[in-house]
Design a protein around this ligand. Structure first.
Ligand SMILES: [Zn+2]
Length: 290
């Protein structure tokens, strides 16, 4: 087992202070190895064994303001929600990858080295709130962990949408977007910072699963993967065409759905080709756990 570096350093410091102040006899500097272990909490041991050693993935739940940009306000999670949150990401994110064909090799080869748990949301200087984030595949941040309730659909969807979205970014970062992906709905992308002016329905008519997906082809890719994996009603919402359209809006929605179907086909083909993973198999495994 590898020791937490901070903890060993803290012991060194205590030992140094003790020797300088002469409070303890010299023998106290020979701290037996097993005594060092008591400074690792049971939670730290669990994280070390199940995440850090197992996947090379660090879980940050203390001093979280180190992991956000200057000016962003965050709080760390309460200690008692950390273990349930670990169980949650294991069940709905890690396990499904381990269970599908070619999924384990992919997961282990693309794990983000850092996972951050925040107690609440990220409050930005401009007054907006960030729900979740990822930095170029190196870090995934979960927000609102203090409100953990896997049975609460809204809470669960926020977490799953975040992690599937962020993890999907690793695919285009490593292997590019599917060929011609950005040409499927070229005209539908929004100019910088204006995606939030669209409604869900306007996004659908343009051929996107969400307003945020219109912000760039990369976000479109990640959003489409995320919705496909977590939304039990994905087909009804985004694929199945209305047969008896009586209105122009209904016809426009059908056109949007045809674009989404085209994107999904490009994405599933790309996953199969570059990762060996059948995204539909992954979706089925995830859906069976919900
Ligand atoms: Zn994104």
């Amino acid at each position: 087992m590898r020791k937490g570096r901070n903890i060993s350093k803290r012991w060194l410091l205590i030992a140094l202070v003790a020797s300088l102040s002469g409070c303890y006899p010299d023998e106290s500097l020979n701290i037996p190895e097993k005594d060092n272990d008591v400074t690792l909490t049971e939670l730290d041991e669990y994280i070390e064994e199940h995440f850090t050693e197992e996947y090379d993935m660090a879980i940050r739940y203390r001093y979280v303001d180190r992991y956000v940009a200057t000016g962003e306000r965050v709080t760390p999670p309460r200690l008692e929600v950390v273990r349930p949150m670990l169980d949650f990401i294991e069940k709905y994110w890690i396990d499904p990858y381990l269970e599908v064909t070619n999924g384990e090799v992919f997961f282990r080869g693309h794990v983000p080295p850092e996972i951050i748990f925040l107690g609440g949301f990220i409050y930005n200087p401009d007054g907006t709130v960030t729900l979740g984030s990822a930095d170029a595949g190196s870090r995934i941040t979960f927000t609102n962990v203090n409100a953990i309730d896997p049975e609460d659909l809204d809470w669960r969807e926020l977490q799953l949408q975040t992690v599937y979205h962020e993890f999907a970014h690793t695919v285009h970062q490593r292997y590019k977007l599917p060929a011609s992906f950005e040409t499927i709905t070229t005209a539908g992308y929004t100019s910088a910072g204006s995606w939030y002016n669209l409604t869900d329905d306007e996004a659908l008519i343009r051929g996107f699963v969400s307003p945020y997906a219109t912000s760039s082809p990369n976000e479109d890719f990640a959003e489409t993967v995320a919705f496909y994996l977590f939304d039990p009603e994905f087909d009804a919402h985004f694929i199945t065409l209305e047969e008896d359209c009586g209105t122009a809006e209904c016809e426009a929605q059908n056109t949007g759905k045809e674009f989404i179907a085209e994107k999904l086909a490009a994405i599933t083909g790309h996953y199969k080709k570059v990762t060996g993973i059948d995204l539909t198999e992954l979706r089925n495994v995830i859906q069976s756990k919900l």
